[in-house]
Design a protein around this ligand. Structure first.
Ligand SMILES: Nc1ncnc2c1ncn2[C@@H]1O[C@H](COP(=O)(O)OP(=O)(O)OP(=O)(O)O)[C@@H](O)[C@H]1O
Length: 569
């Protein structure tokens, strides 16, 4: 940069030298030498400019990639409650658009601004050397220009923040509808999705236009000031030539230096506005990095024996502080026990699972593992969860099952062994690419039963002491159901299991049933004990389940209705 700028600064001086000498009848050799010297300097400048561009751009890319990685890592470290408050679409938009904004400012913007600053300094020195008197004219211009940039910078920064926020909001909406593209198609909601996105982008667009208006006005005023200063210089310069204190070549050089200095100062000014905009736009990124908790230690720690307890645990979700999601929940589970959690919707069953996984901190009470408190990350190493809606990544079947093991990659044999136990090996082998078959985003290329068996295989590979099972409510066809049930039985063997149970058969087989209502455990015991209390919630729930047959296949309903009526009598 310094080299390119030095050459640029030498041009007007060389031009003045040429103008003042060319008129003096020089020989051809003088012109030849001048031309060759100028050519060499031009080549040097071209080389320097190429190098400058490469260094700034590539450094910009490296910095932005590094910031993106830091933001992503910070997002992954955020507590689960953070994701209750922030939409994934918003976060991905920040990761992409906000970071990109930074790249533009850091690469070309910073390069141009630094170059211009050096030019301003160099040109100022040359101007002073040529004519200090003429410099006085330019002196009036500088403070005005600085005032303008300070005034506009603050405003542009605030607007940039609003624009990025608007874009993140629009990102949310786009993510929502694109992630549910099938639902949008199925319900013919294309127009609504379109309108919603248009409305979400409208605020960012309006702020961007207002910001552009301000930016344009600032540029216009700044450009006027620059050229007005130049005009004054020209007039006063002509006066000095008439007095004989300045040559024509010197005035030419002075004007070029003045143009260089004022144009460069204008560009520094523009950069400052851009920089303020960028700072506004990217503030959230750095807040995210700064607010992230330190990384958790790699999974590991003492192996769990499988015993755990909720010791008078109370909890509220940060988003709903007025509502107690768990109210003095107190129970103990011995190693190897199967516990069924039942209760109406919103009773707090999933919240129990989240607390066990250490996703949230209790407001009061403790969650104990093997009789003592255990850091969440260490406890999680001994827990596996099979969710109601099978969660899969858009990768191969192998990768989805191997996801169970952090810190090491599972071998083909290990994955196949888990898949065999989960009744999944058969259908996987029938695919042309076997374990390398891509499952599509969230597993769209697989059936419901296949997805469930993959998540069971994943949990089996993890080999946890404690298993959390969120039983699927959607009924599969009888053949698929039998295979999934058999896989689950195998998975539960010898492990402490807590099941958010919806199926009658699961509930009656449990070693203990915890009946929940409004965040409290209102009844607990085995099925035969609980069903005797006709005024209890459990009896109600069972009756309701029997009448609606929810979560049961037809065959099961009939069998289980029979079992229940036997119990009732
Ligand atoms: N992330 C959250 N933020 C705020 N409130 C929540 C959150 N998750 C759940 N809740 C609230 O906490 C209460 C308990 O919810 P929870 O999901 O544990 O119920 P549940 O018994 O699992 O219900 P379901 O059987 O319908 O899944 C409900 O009132 C629910 O609205």
């Amino acid at each position: 940069m310094a080299l390119a700028v030095a050459v640029q600064l030498a041009y007007p001086k060389a031009l003045a030298y040429f103008i003042d000498n060319a008129g003096k009848g020089r020989e051809a050799a003088w012109y030849g030498t001048f031309f060759l010297a100028a050519l060499a300097v031009l080549v040097l400048q071209g080389f320097a400019a190429t190098l400058r561009y490469y260094l700034f751009q590539s450094t910009g890319y490296m910095i932005v990639t590094s910031i993106r990685r830091q933001v992503y890592a910070a997002l992954l470290r955020q507590p689960v409650a953070f994701f209750d408050q922030h939409h994934v679409g918003e976060l991905t938009s920040r990761l992409a658009a906000d970071a990109e904004e930074l790249h533009d400012a850091l690469s070309m913007g910073l390069s141009i601004a630094l170059r211009c600053l050096i030019i301003v300094a160099g040109a100022a020195a040359m101007l002073l050397a040529i004519s200090p008197a003429l410099c006085l004219v330019l002196l009036c211009y500088t403070p005005l220009s600085m005032l303008l940039s300070a005034w506009s910078g603050k405003r542009l920064k605030a607007r940039a923040r609003a624009i990025q926020h608007g874009q993140a909001e629009a990102g949310k909406v786009a993510h929502e509808y694109l992630a549910n593209a099938r639902l949008v198609r199925a319900f013919g909601q294309y127009r609504r999705a379109q309108q919603h996105y248009e409305a979400a982008t409208a605020s960012a667009l309006q702020t961007a236009i207002a910001s552009t208006r301000l930016f344009g006005a600032v540029r216009g005023v700044s450009s006027f000031l620059t050229y007005f200063a130049l005009l004054l210089t020209l007039g006063y310069g002509a006066h000095l030539i008439n007095q004989g204190t300045l040559s024509i070549g010197e005035l030419t050089a002075f004007i070029i230096y003045a143009a260089m200095a004022t144009e460069s100062a204008g560009m520094v000014n523009d950069f400052w506005s851009d920089w303020m905009r960028t700072v506004g736009a990217t503030e959230r990124l750095f807040e995210m990095i700064d607010s992230a908790p330190p990384p958790e230690p790699e999974a590991g720690g003492a192996a769990l024996a499988g015993q755990f307890a909720f010791d008078c645990v109370s909890f509220r979700y940060p988003e709903r502080p007025q509502h107690l999601a768990l109210d003095k929940v107190d129970f103990r589970v011995s190693a190897g026990q199967k516990i069924a959690l039942v209760g109406p919707s919103g009773a707090g069953k999933s919240t129990i699972a989240s607390m066990l996984l250490g996703f949230y901190e209790p407001e009061a009470g403790r969650v104990l593992f093997d009789g003592r408190p255990c850091p969440a990350h260490a406890a999680r190493a001994g827990i596996a969860i099979v969710e109601q809606e099978p969660a899969l990544f858009a990768g191969s079947i192998h990768d989805n099952i191997a996801f169970a093991l952090p810190g090491r990659s599972a071998s083909r044999d290990e994955v196949a062994a888990a898949a065999r136990l989960a009744n999944a090996h058969g259908f996987i082998s029938a695919f042309p690419h076997g374990y390398n078959t891509e499952v599509g985003e969230r597993g769209v290329q697989l059936s419901g039963g296949q997805k469930q068996r993959l998540t069971i295989a994943r949990a089996l590979l993890r080999n946890p002491a404690i298993l959390i099972l969120d039983e699927a409510t959607s009924a599969l066809d009888a053949a698929s159901e039998t295979q999934v049930q058999a896989a689950l039985e195998r998975l539960m063997e010898g492990r402490t299991t807590i099941i958010i149970a919806h199926r009658f058969s699961t509930i009656v087989k449990a070693d203990r049933i915890l009946v929940m209502q409004d965040g409290r455990i209102v009844q607990q015991g085995r099925h035969e004990e609980l069903i005797r209390d006709r005024s209890g919630l459990y009896f109600d729930l069972m009756q309701h389940q029997l009448n609606s047959g929810s979560g049961l296949t037809f065959g099961q309903s009939m069998r289980e209705a029979h079992t229940l009526s036997e119990c009732q009598t």
